[in-house]
Design a protein around this ligand. Structure first.
Ligand SMILES: O=c1cc[nH]c(=O)[nH]1
Length: 173
């Protein structure tokens, strides 16, 4: 159900607002009334917040932080990043995890551990704005609004303007 691969352009042009609309369409098809959205901080949490609103859902979505379960915790320590907030009962829940960019799969592994610290969900699915390949773990998205191939030297992250609109930040290492 994911979009076909987008050919990697020499100069990457990713329209985050267009991809958001594609994500909204995909997520709408994945939802049941019992599904809870939970976004990975920070880009995924922004996506979940806007999706929750655009889907006309009550309350706030969950926020998941990978900080406590990162496999490089020893090197990085605890960054002053947002904390996990899950405003629903995790036991038995159907959880749809949102993230901006799926890359190695390590963040997803970490937030799954985080989620299971709060309970035993009935199911967990993953929807992302961009799948950039480069997986190091057996993780896949149930929905990706776009698939792109990027050189390892480039980092890609979602940014949010003051008016709430999205764009991508591409950085050369
Ligand atoms: O656990 C994690 C998550 C993201 N990136 C890493 O290198 N490790």
């Amino acid at each position: 159900m994911s979009a076909p691969p987008t050919p990697a352009a020499g100069r990457l042009e990713l329209d985050a607002e267009a991809l958001y609309r594609e994500l909204l369409r995909g997520v709408r098809q994945m939802l049941t009334p019992a599904t809870h959205l939970a976004g990975i901080t920070s880009g995924g949490a922004w996506l979940a917040e806007r999706l929750q609103r655009d889907l006309g859902r009550e309350g706030a979505p969950g926020v998941l932080s990978s900080a406590l379960h990162r496999d490089d915790f020893a090197q990085r320590g605890l960054a002053a990043s947002a904390q996990t907030v899950l405003p629903f009962e995790v036991d038995g829940a159907d959880v749809l995890v949102l993230d901006d960019v799926l890359y190695t799969g390590r963040t997803i592994r970490a937030v799954l551990n985080e989620l299971f610290d709060y309970g035993r969900p009935a199911s967990v699915r993953l929807a992302v704005l961009v799948d950039r390949g480069g997986r190091q773990l057996p993780v896949q998205a149930d929905f990706a609004a776009a698939r792109v191939a990027l050189p390892a030297a480039q980092s890609l992250a979602l940014a949010r303007a003051a008016d709430g609109t999205f764009h991508f930040q591409v950085n050369e290492a």
